[in-house]
Design a protein around this ligand. Structure first.
Ligand code: PMP
Length: 421
């Protein structure tokens, strides 16, 4: 990536204090071009260059940067005291609004990060069943704690990490995703040990892979039959692929689901929602769910304003239209320039990748198919796109927001065309 003068200087300065130079995973934010401000679907760097943002902070800026209504709600909550610790009417209103929007969820607890809500969901499943084991799926990302992170040798987003030991992984059983028979077999053999199954209901982090028809239904049936808890990790899919997330989109209802990212218009908020008989264990104190920053008035104001906006002025059609058009342009431009580009997923969040010469085309049906992709080539391509003013990460995922419109599409297409050339 070509860095302007100020970005280059900031990078040097940052490296002296911040390992890797910036907060985020070095592989995600490889450019280390420093952004000064953002508005709508645009980022502006410290050297005066602009970028169409197709990363959106990995998902939170679903309404674009600094959306006026969310900004006003948060500003009011700041002026009214920046209150933590709950006991504020905004939390009551936000809880009603989110549960009503989701449709299926009877109870909700708010938090700050998706990672924490995943942990709370697993804890609750174990408490409710008295069983130790959680099934998760290869290549799925559920936050960065040791007991759930990608294990050594596993392919998927987020590398295994030094410091993670076999003991951390002992109570997690890892199965291939979209493989109903593997889950059926495991539940038949070990069902009495299984507290729950956690899945990205659509595998977005590693490849934007849709569930095979019937797969989520099978998980639902097996959990019900064996008395295990079905947990959808909707931290990316929630509020993004539909107001009711993957549960609505694919028509399968979990027992618990985690949310984050898109649910608060850019403010850091996460949530765990679900069935009353499970969630009420938090209410009695039997199971702990806590956190200093949970349910701050800013968070609740942002959530309420976002969910209200998503209900009253749903952006889903517009975002789908933009995403579909962008995907068509990507495919057409790749063909025009003779580049073996692949695009898969949904218009609101999709993956762009390169096939290998042996396997140039076709969707990847599970994470194992990733071995047929040339990930290093995509990383170089992404860096090149950043140079040309399209902000994407090196791992293939593209996001679309409600702030992307005709001008952003035209700019992206023109910049893509030059980058391809
Ligand atoms: N689950 C999923 C599906 C995610 O995509 C993420 C974040 N990328 C998380 C959990 C963790 O959320 P957070 O980064 O807010 O802790």
């Amino acid at each position: 990536v070509r860095r302007g003068e100020r970005s280059a200087a900031l990078r040097e300065q940052a490296l002296r204090r911040t390992p890797g130079g910036v907060h985020s995973n070095v592989r995600l934010n490889g450019p280390q071009v420093f952004i000064e401000r953002a508005k709508g679907a645009w980022l502006y760097d410290v050297d005066g260059r602009d970028y169409v943002d197709h990363l959106l902070g990995q998902g939170p800026n679903f309404l674009g940067h600094a959306p006026g209504d969310i900004l006003a709600a948060v500003e009011r909550a700041c002026r009214d005291g920046m209150i933590y610790g709950g006991q504020h009417p905004l939390e009551v209103a936000a809880a009603d609004a989110v549960c009503d929007a989701l449709g299926w969820a009877e109870r909700i607890r708010f938090g700050v990060t998706g990672t924490e809500q995943v942990q709370a969901a697993m804890r609750l499943a174990r408490a409710a069943t008295g069983r130790p084991k959680i099934i998760r799926f290869e290549g799925h990302y559920h936050g960065w704690l040791d007991n759930i992170l990608i294990a050594p040798g596993e392919r998927g987003w987020g590398p295994a990490t030094a410091g993670q030991t076999p003991a951390h992984l002992a109570d997690v059983i890892v199965l291939p995703w979209n493989d109903a028979d593997a889950v059926r077999r495991t539940m038949a053999e070990r069902g009495s040990e299984i507290a729950g199954i956690i899945t990205e209901a659509m595998m977005i982090n590693t490849g934007s892979i849709l569930p095979r028809p019937g797969f989520l239904e099978t998980l639902r049936e097996l959990c019900t039959a064996h008395g295990a808890v079905l947990i959808f990790d909707e931290v990316i899919s929630g509020f993004r692929i539909a107001l009711g997330g993957a549960a609505e989109r694919f028509g399968v209802t979990p027992d618990l689901a985690t949310y984050g990212k898109a649910m608060a218009g850019g403010w850091p908020v996460a949530a765990l929602a679900g069935r009353a008989d499970l969630m009420d264990r938090f209410g009695t104190g039997e199971v702990n769910h806590s956190g200093t920053f949970n349910s701050s008035t800013m968070a609740m104001a942002a959530t309420l304003a976002t969910v209200t906006r998503l209900r009253e002025r749903p952006p889903y059609e517009q975002i789908s239209g933009y995403g579909d058009a962008l995907r068509e342009h990507l495919v057409a431009l790749a063909a025009k320039h003779g580049v073996p580009l692949r695009v898969q997923g949904l218009p609101m969040a999709f993956h762009v990748s390169f096939g290998t010469d042996d396997a140039p085309g076709g969707d990847v049906a599970d994470h194992r198919g990733l071995s047929r992709l040339d990930l290093a080539r995509y990383e170089r391509f992404a860096a090149h796109l950043v140079d040309h003013g399209v902000w994407v990460a090196g791992r293939g995922i593209w996001y679309v927001s409600a702030a992307h419109g005709d001008a952003e599409l035209a700019a992206t297409v023109e910049r893509l065309d030059r980058a391809f050339a």
